[in-house]
Structure formats: structure tokens, C-alpha cells
Design a protein around this ligand. Sequence first.
Ligand code: SAM
Ligand code: SF4
Length: 326
Amino acid sequence: MNDNFAREINYLRISVTDLCNLRCRYCMPEEGIDNKLSHKKILSLEEYARIVRVAARAGIRKVRLTGGEPLVRKNLVQLVKYIAEIPEIDDIAVTTNGILFPGVARELKEAGLNRINISLDSLKEERYEYITRMGSLHQAKLAVFKALELGLHPVKINTVVIKGFNDDEILDFARLAHEYPLHIRFIEFMPIGDLLFWKKERLMDADMIKAVIEKEFNLQMACDIQGNGPARYYQTAGGKGSIGFISPMSNHFCSRCNRIRMTADGMLRGCLYEKQEIDLKPALATGDEEEILRLINQAIKKKPARHHMNDGWGMENERKMYQIGG
Ligand code: SAM
Ligand code: SF4
């Protein structure tokens, strides 16, 4: 289905929980989240599956499960199974910090998971522990290699570049994409999340990151990395993977945006940065699928032309990234 700006919307991102087993400094406060969703408000796996089934009638073909940390949600494998049974859905992906992934990887794949994005902001053990407050780089790396071993291609790595924190590792990440069939995506830091890192000066834009990589590699534009989305991808000569840039701040890709989002408590959003939400819970409670469809169509039609994140530095966002689903 097309929105009011002739964009075809075929991608639904679902946050399945606002909880997380890490506390990345730019994302969550140390003590965990404020305004934690009550257990009663969080939708059941069956409710998510029902929404996806109806969303497929509105033209949704791709689903990504995210969070918070999606793998802390009990029985995520079952949800993947439910979604895989919907004939119109041809792509199921997960965005995860990877820590719990090796333990459920095979089950997820067998349930129908097609692809995985693993977030990794540093390749240095101490730094990784610092930014995640409680993560182990070893565990995250195991997740990456498990995803490769299971052939969950293309395996993508999400790296948020923060000036003065990990910008000296840009080339290390690029070398990883050269040596392994990994798709490293450098993401511009956005003004959403925990206040400590909410400083515009911390933003390193895609052109700056690319310039660092070009000191060592000759980058050629790459085409057709599955699940292309908003990233611009490049390849190094003879490299096995690719290097992508997601630049919501310096070069927003809103005109090509194909997604809507849903929070763990069933609120539909047309944009990460848009405050307007549409509540699916009342319609779910009555089981009225025509009403659910009407609301999904409404969310698609209400999708804004573009985000206004560049005005957002220093402003408190009502919902944080881990609540909306990054
Ligand atoms: N827990 C999972 C993970 O970390 O992959 C999924 C949820 S997390 C919110 C999704 C992605 O959002 C992660 O790659 C994270 O680095 C990114 N993210 C969180 N806050 C961000 C910010 N302020 N700017 C840019 N990316 C951010
Ligand atoms: Fe958790 Fe992902 Fe946020 Fe890190 S970025 S605290 S892993 S939700």
C-alpha cells in the first residue's frame, strides 16, 4: 500500500519488549528503563502474529523484530514460527545485541528467521564493556560467527559511531567487512536516547566516516544487498562483505522510507521520530480484524513526509529508542 507521498509501505518493525540485558550508555540508563511497560500492556505473541497477518493484507511483506532486546522476550522462536506461517511475509529479520543469540540461533533459523542484524559498537573488549555497561564482546562475536555459520545472510553489523568514543575503530570495522562476508553499517548517532551522550558534537556524519575508510580502501558503490533499506552500501576491492552508511541526520532517506513501526504495547507509528501513535489494543480486544486493518492503513496514510530529528538535539523524546524499537 502507498502512503500519501507515493511511498510503498511494505515493512513492519515490531518492538517485542522494552527490556534489555544491556545498558548501552547512549540508549538506556544504568538502573534500567523508566516507565517500564506493565506486563498487562505488552501484547502476547499471538497478538503480534494476528497484527502481522492483518498487516499482510495492507501490503506488509517484511517484518523485523526488535526492542529493547528481542531475545529477552520469552518464546521469540514461537513468534518467528507464527510469522513464517503467513504466506505473504517473505522476510523475517531480528535486530539484536547478540548476547543471547548463540543459544537460540538454530531454533530461530528453523522457525523461519531469514536475517539478523547484530549491534556492535566496539571491537575492543574494555570499550565494549564500557559502552554496554554489562556486555561481553566475546559473546557478541560468538553471535556474529554463529549467524555466519548458519548462513543467515546477509549478516549485518550495526555500529553507531560516536566521536571521541569509537571513531578510531572505523578502519578496524572496515577491515572486518573486507575479510569476512559481513555487512558493516555505520549509523549516525541520533538525538534519541539517554541524555549522557545527547550532544551534537558527538555526531560523526557518514561523509566523515567514509573519508576515514577511504584512507585505506577504494570504495565502490555496491548494489543489491538484500534488505537494502536506508543504507548506502560500498564494497572494497576484493572484499568479502560490504560497508554501509545509514545517515538519518546528514542525508535523510525519508523519501525512500518503506516502514511503519509498532511498539511492544501495540502502538503504531509512522516514523521513529513522530510522536503520533495509533493504539491497536482496543481493536485487538474485540478481535475486530477489519478495524485493525483500518488502523494500519490509517498509520500508513499518516506517515509524515520526513523526520525532524535534526531539530531534536537536547530535547527529551517521549519514547526512547528501546521503547519504539530501533
Ligand atoms: N537491542 C537490540 C540491539 O541493540 O540491536 C535492538 C534494539 S536497539 C535500540 C537497535 C539499534 O538502535 C542498535 O543498533 C542501537 O545501536 C541503535 N541505537 C540506539 N540508540 C541510538 C541513537 N541514539 N542513535 C543511533 N542509533 C541508536
Ligand atoms: Fe539494549 Fe539495544 Fe539499547 Fe543497547 S542499544 S541498551 S542492546 S536496546
